[in-house]
Design a protein around this ligand. Structure first.
Ligand SMILES: [Cu+2]
Length: 156
């Protein structure tokens, strides 16, 4: 019979108590969040600084005017909002009738722009109530009485 004490089971126990659980890092620590906030601010600031200047007026649509009239003949813009149109005149100054100059006149809105031969002009259409506004070119081809040199601004 052995008098040796039975080894305590607890002495040889290799349970989880002996191992250190790995330190758990939060997936998104405060430092990472701060870093991402800084990145967003820097990139956002750069994009904001590199944006095109707001003063640049951009035409929303092109309208061509020739001895054959306006293309398109009906111009549609949004109501109650200033609109910008690029008026393109491809005619040369060799035209005896008006010297190649054309016009966009919208009497109801106080618009009256002449565009020189082989050039273009930006036309600002003031904010207007919904409706149909007649326009014309009174320079060439018999002027505003010529149906070909007329059109309609549709504000809607
Ligand atoms: Cu004309």
């Amino acid at each position: 019979m052995s008098s040796q004490p039975k080894p305590s089971a607890s002495c040889h126990q290799h349970g989880p108590r002996g191992r250190r659980a790995p330190a758990r890092q939060p997936a998104f620590g405060p430092r990472l969040v701060a870093f991402l906030v800084i990145v967003v601010l820097v990139v956002g600031g750069a994009v904001w600084l590199l944006r095109p200047p707001a003063a640049t007026v951009r035409a929303e649509q092109d309208v061509t005017v020739t001895m054959s009239g306006f293309t398109p003949g009906d111009i549609t813009v949004a109501a109650n909002r200033v609109a910008t149109i690029r008026l393109v005149n491809p005619d040369s100054n060799m035209h005896t009738d008006g010297g190649g100059v054309h016009q966009l006149a919208i009497p109801a809105l106080g618009v009256d722009i002449k565009v020189q031969p082989r050039s273009e002009a930006l036309v600002t259409i003031p904010a207007a109530a919904p409706g149909r506004y007649a326009f014309y070119c009174d320079v060439c081809c018999g002027g505003k009485e010529n149906p070909m040199m007329q059109g309609t601004l549709i504000v809607g």
